[in-house]
Design a protein around this ligand. Structure first.
Ligand code: AMP
Length: 557
């Protein structure tokens, strides 16, 4: 008999416009961009702060850069590192690389020499594109150990019109000359109006190597293919009901899978504008939503928390922003309610990971995520079309669990990457018979909604009971003074492990609550084995640039 998961009980929650499967055969990420550039040349592709770049301009710039890359002997399959903030040069470099069939390795601009050396060596990259200020601050001698042929630098001001007022986020000298590097604008000058010969790009060709954060072992380069991106962009397009009137707010970093698919991928597919503004800043985000009538985004919940805590949230007109999705980290029902009270906007949950090219589950636009009556967790949504997701036992991962039982979430379908770059063992461990073992613990209810409990490795065992940090954090968020909460296990002579919470309080409420009061608040709302025995106040919870709390940095503190 077909398993419950193969029967897809979630289909009944699909809106009437969403099909069970997506027609995506032979589609590629570069093909989607080329189609929009051909069909909508005059439409804006990027709004960079207050300025506009059309699809035609984006196509021309990337043609010229592709010609310059080709002149440096870049061929299909070569790797190019793009170590940039959210600037127009990012998509220009991506499309230029893809036009040659080269693979983009997006990196976090915060990385220093040691980290960069690892990624450059592991990917075997031939070119390193970064900001002038980054190259200027690094000792570039580590490049000798790598296969990098040239460093190309670009200023975040390069794509602002001559004489334009400098945005607040970019108060800096126009250009920094960095010895032994090539300046991007000079690099493309000889190739004005030129274009390179493009090889055939197939869906199975690799588009990005996106390095996973590597909480266990060394970071691994997930091979996101052109077909993966084309598919997942269509999954968003369908479930968010994107059309020609949508405008994407590019608030997640483009170097993360969220930026790759939920920003660049969907904009290129739908031929709609993407708002870029260097890096996240709450005031600038609110201003640009209002200015360009942004309609859609995927951002970390910490972004929405920062917006809620910014005075301008009450002043700006956010009425266009009706497809605000939160992904990448747990979303508590309390925050969703607060955001809706203040802005009138409902925050949609979306769940996914680098290895499944951003969305695997999401709340279809216009629906509301149910809340699990047992744990109070907000559902992460339903699987995207054309895929089957299951819950498997936590011990071996070989036994399918019935609805309502908690186990590991495993995903299958065109969303799953073919593997990690040159890491066959890690690939075989993560992807078994086509099923991606996510390392996330969760369940599906009888109705087909999925809930995330936590990361498998973050489980706390207190007096023999399993405690999931998420459950405790969700209760802490119900307290009106709590801004951020992260819960970890701490070694304990009696309980084996005990539960400790790190809490950041809202501005102006720093002295309004004591640790004991918070402990009692939790005690009154959860089972005795779960409530935190210790609460430590911190100014801010350490987090990754993509908004994930770094629980590992808090353990042992
Ligand atoms: P990354 O590969 O950096 O995108 O990280 C993926 C991980 O982020 C997932 O495996 C989850 O643990 C977590 N995550 C993503 N989306 C959500 C969500 N909506 N709720 C809770 N955790 C999430």
């Amino acid at each position: 008999m077909e398993s419950i998961y193969e029967q897809k009980p979630w289909l009944k929650h699909y809106p009437e416009w969403a099909p069970e499967n997506l027609d995506c055969d032979s589609k590629t990420a570069i093909g989607d961009f080329r189609e929009s550039a051909t069909l909508k040349p005059d439409r804006p592709a990027v709004f960079y702060f207050d300025h506009e770049i059309s699809y035609q301009q984006m196509d021309l710039f990337s043609d010229e850069l592709a010609a310059a890359f080709a002149d440096m002997n870049i061929r299909k399959g070569d790797r190019i590192v793009v170590d940039l903030q959210n600037v127009p040069q990012f998509p220009v470099a991506v499309y230029a690389a893809w036009k040659l069939g080269a693979i983009v390795v997006p990196l976090n601009p915060m990385y220093k020499e040691k980290e960069l050396a690892y990624f450059l060596k592991d990917s075997g990259a031939a070119l390193f594109l970064t900001h002038d200020e980054i190259a200027n601050s690094l000792d570039l001698s580590f490049l000798k150990e790598t296969a990098v042929k040239a460093v190309i630098v670009t200023s975040p001001l390069d794509f602002l019109p001559e004489g334009a007022d400098l945005p607040k986020l970019l108060q800096r000298p126009r250009k920094i000359a960095v010895p032994e590097t090539l300046d991007l604008m000079e690099f493309i000058k000889p190739f004005k109006g030129k274009t390179a010969n493009s090889p055939e790009i197939r869906p199975e060709d690799i588009a990005y190597l996106t390095y996973t954060s590597g909480t266990t072992g060394l970071p691994k380069g997930a091979m996101n293919t052109h077909g993966n991106i084309a598919f997942n962009s269509r999954a968003y397009q369908c479930m968010q009901r994107l059309d020609a009137n949508d405008v994407v707010l590019g608030v997640a970093p483009l170097f993360h899978v969220t930026g790759e698919i939920a920003h660049l991928g969907i904009a290129a597919l739908a031929g709609i504008p993407l708002i870029l503004y260097y890096r996240f800043d709450p005031g600038e985000t609110l201003r640009l939503i209002e200015k360009w009538h942004a309609t859609v985004t995927v951002a970390a919940i910490t972004v929405y928390i920062a917006l809620l805590n910014h005075a301008d949230i009450h002043k700006r007109d956010l009425s266009s922003f009706v497809k605000a999705y939160s992904g990448g980290a747990p979303v508590s029902e309390a925050i969703v309610s607060q955001f809706e009270e203040v802005t009138g906007l409902y925050l949609y949950n979306v769940y996914g990971m680098t290895e499944c090219n951003s969305p695997s589950h999401l709340v279809p636009w216009g629906k509301r995520a149910p809340v699990d009556p047992e744990s109070g967790a907000l559902s992460v949504g339903v699987p995207v079309p054309g895929c089957v997701m299951k819950i498997m036992d936590l011990e071996k991962g070989t036994r399918e669990l019935p609805p309502g039982e908690v186990g590991e979430i495993v995903d299958s379908g065109p969303i799953v990457i073919p593997g990690y770059w040159e890491k066959p063992e890690e690939t075989a461990h993560a992807i078994r018979d086509g099923w991606l073992y996510t390392g996330d613990v969760g369940k599906m209810d009888e109705d087909g909604w999925f809930y995330l409990v936590d990361r498998k490795k973050d489980m706390i065992v207190a007096s023999g009971y399993k405690v999931w940090p998420r459950d405790v954090e969700d209760v802490l968020y119900q307290h009106p003074a709590v801004k951020e909460a992260a819960v970890v296990g701490e070694a304990d002579p009696y309980r084996g492990e005990t539960v400790k919470a790190f809490v950041a309080l809202k501005e102006g409420l720093a002295d309004s609550v004591t640790a004991d009061e918070l402990i009692n608040f939790c005690k009154a709302r959860m089972a005795a084995y779960k409530y935190p025995r210790k609460v430590e106040f911190v100014a801010e919870i350490p987090k990754t640039l993509t908004g994930k709390f770094l629980r590992k940095d808090l353990r042992g503190k």
